[in-house]
Design a binder for this molecule. Structure first.
Ligand code: SF4
Length: 138
């Protein structure tokens, strides 16, 4: 598939869930604004090419836990990334349209009630769970 005319974005795998279930409550204004911009791009361009990365991504650029390019929560976020990727049947370095990634998250994580395990250790998981119930019918 060619992404020549599409937008492109690099994401840590668990950030696809953060985007899907985002609520600004409890985040800094800069982080919430960055997330809103990403969500708007993805809503308007579902064919945006998402490359899955193990490195810190653009969202990390606005995060309070980004300590000079090192994630202070890596012990929690890296296993989350690995679980999301494995359950979605994807690998680091792969590129897929947002619409496909979103379908995989819905089917393999939300519909199978895997959110709490996927995001184990994240302080926002209860809130994201509420968003699942608000936004999805699983
Ligand atoms: S907690 Fe870590 S992985 Fe998550 S946004 Fe912050 S720096 Fe990035």
């Amino acid at each position: 598939m060619s992404y020549h005319d599409s937008y492109k974005m690099k994401l840590k795998p668990h950030h696809a869930l953060c985007i899907l279930l985002f609520s600004p409550e409890g985040h800094s204004e800069a982080y919430a604004d960055a997330m809103r911009r990403k969500i708007q791009v993805l809503d308007e361009n579902p064919q945006t090419a998402i490359t899955l990365t193990a490195q810190l991504d653009e969202i990390c650029g606005f995060c309070l836990y980004n300590n000079g390019g090192e994630c202070e929560k890596a012990e929690e976020t890296e296993p989350s990334d690995d679980r999301v990727l494995a359950w979605c049947g994807l690998e680091y370095g792969m590129t897929t349209p947002w619409s496909d990634l979103r379908e995989r998250l819905d089917r393999e994580i939300l519909a199978k009630n895997r959110l709490h395990t996927a995001c184990e250790g994240c302080m926002y998981v209860a809130r994201c769970d509420r968003e699942v119930k608000n936004k999805h019918c699983h």
